[in-house]
Design a protein around this ligand. Structure first.
Ligand SMILES: *Cc1c(COP(=O)(O)O)cnc(C)c1O
Length: 356
C-alpha cells in the first residue's frame, strides 16, 4: 500500500533525494567510495559542502554579506548559541508556541529576556499582531512557523534590531527576504533534508558585540572562517540535504514550490472549513501555516478520534496524530508532499464523514 507520510519531523523527503543519497552511499560520483566513508577533508566532500552552501544561497537569494553554515546540535542548540553569541544585555522574544518558549528559556541564562507578546491565552492558535519591538534589545527572536500549533508568520517584517528567526519547519517553503534578518536557523529534518544537520544563515556584522567567553564549538566565529569544516560535519545529512535542494531547484526553485505549497494548503483548509466533522484549530486565515495543518473533531464527534486514526491508517496515512498539546490531528505537508497525497487525505476524511 502506498504510504502518505504526514509526519511533523523527521518527515517526508523527495524521492529524488532518497534515490541520489542511496546511490551516493553505494558509489559516490563514481569514486568507488561511499559518502559514508569519505574524509570530510577530501576534494569530493569539500565540493559537496560548497555546492550545498551555493545552492542554499541561490534558492533563497542570500545576500553576500551573509554566511551559510551547516552545524550539528539541532535547532535546540541554536536556542542557546544565539544568545551566547548575540545577547549583551537584553533580548526580545515573541512567544508563539512551545519552541519559542524553549528558545526564550535558554536566552534567560545569558541576560534579560523581554517577551514582547504571547498567544498563550488561546493555546497559541494565532500570531500576536500588536507589539512593539524594543529598540534597546540586542535582537528580536521569532519562530516563523510553529510546527506544533500550525501557525506561521508568512511575511518578512522590518525590525529596528537584528531579527533572529527559527525557521526549522518553513525554510525554503516560500520566498524569503533574507536581508530583513540578522540570523535564520533551523534543524534540517522538516523541510530541508534528513535529521543530523542544522543550518544557520548569519549576517556578518551582528557578531562581536558580546564580551563573554564562548566555548569554541558554540562560537559562530569558529565555523564561519572554516566554512563549517572546523571539525567533522554531518557528511551524510549534508549530502542528502544537497540532493533535496537539487530537487527543489529542478522543481523551479522556491517560487514554484511556494505556489504548490499554497495550492496544497488551500485544498486542505477548504476541506476543513467545509467539513462538519473536522475543524481547523487556527481560525485566523492569515495565520494558518502552509506547512503544518492542525485540526480537531467537532465537539459532538470527539469520540470518533481513534476510529478516524485507524481508518486513515488503513488507507496509508502516516503521522497524522496531533501533538499532545493541541490534540486532534496534524497533517504536515512539507515541500516534498505531493498534491495527490493531500487529495488522498481529503478523500479519506470525506469517506469517513459519509459513513457516520
Ligand atoms: C522541530 C523544531 C525544533 C527542534 O529542532 P531540533 O533540531 O530537534 O532541536 C525547533 N523549532 C522548531 C520550529 C521546530 O519545528
Amino acid at each position: 500500500m502506498k504510504k502518505h507520510n504526514f509526519a511533523a519531523g523527521p518527515s517526508i523527503i523527495s524521492e529524488f533525494a532518497k534515490r541520489e543519497t542511496a546511490a551516493g552511499i553505494l558509489n559516490l560520483n563514481k569514486t568507488g567510495l561511499s559518502i559514508l566513508e569519505v574524509s570530510h577533508r577530501s576534494p569530493e566532500f569539500m565540493e559537496i559542502m560548497e555546492d550545498a552552501c551555493n545552492l542554499m544561497r541561490d534558492l533563497l537569494n542570500v545576500p553576500l554579506n551573509y554566511h551559510i553554515l551547516f552545524l550539528q546540535g539541532g535547532a535546540s542548540t541554536q536556542f542557546a548559541m544565539v544568545p551566547m553569541n548575540l545577547l549583551h544585555t537584553k533580548a526580545a522574544y515573541l512567544e508563539t508556541g512551545s519552541w519559542a518558549k524553549k528558545a526564550a528559556k535558554e536566552a534567560k541564562l545569558f541576560g534579560d529576556v523581554e517577551t514582547v507578546a504571547s498567544s498563550a491565552d488561546k493555546n497559541y492558535s494565532y500570531i500576536p499582531k500588536d507589539f512593539t519591538i524594543p529598540e534597546d534589545a540586542d535582537y528580536f527572536h521569532i519562530t516563523t512557523n510553529n510546527t506544533i500549533f500550525g501557525t506561521e508568520i508568512k511575511t518578512d517584517f522590518d525590525s529596528p534590531i537584528p531579527l533572529v528567526a527559527d525557521a526549522s519547519s518553513d525554510i525554503l517553503s516560500r520566498p524569503m527576504d533574507v536581508s530583513k534578518y540578522g540570523l535564520i536557523y533551523g534543524g534540517a529534518q522538516k523541510n530541508l533534508g534528513p535529521a543530523g544537520v542544522t543550518f544557520v544563515i548569519i549576517r556578518e556584522d551582528i557578531l562581536g558585540k558580546v564580551e563573554r567567553a564562548i566555548p569554541t564549538m558554540l562560537d559562530y566565529n569558529t565555523h564561519i572562517p572554516k566554512n563549517s569544516l572546523y571539525n567533522t560535519p554531518p557528511c551524510v545529512a549534508i549530502y542528502a540535504s544537497l540532493q533535496n535542494m537539487i530537487w527543489m531547484k529542478q522543481c523551479g526553485g522556491v517560487e514554484a514550490i511556494y505556489k504548490m505549497n499554497m495550492e496544497k494548503a488551500d485544498m486542505l483548509y477548504s476541506e476543513l472549513d467545509r467539513s462538519k466533522l473536522f475543524h481547523p484549530t487556527v481560525t485566523v486565515e492569515e495565520d494558518r501555516s502552509i506547512m503544518n495543518v492542525t485540526f480537531v473533531m467537532a465537539p459532538e464527534y470527539q469520540d470518533k478520534e481513534v476510529d478516524f486514526r485507524d481508518f486513515a491508517s488503513a488507507r496509508g496515512m502516516v503521522g497524522i496524530k496531533g501533538h499532545r498539546s493541541v490534540g486532534g490531528f496534524r497533517a504536515s505537508i512539507y515541500n516534498a508532499m505531493p498534491k495527490d497525497s493531500v487529495q488522498a487525505l481529503i478523500d479519506t476524511m470525506r469517506e469517513f464523514e459519509s459513513k457516520l
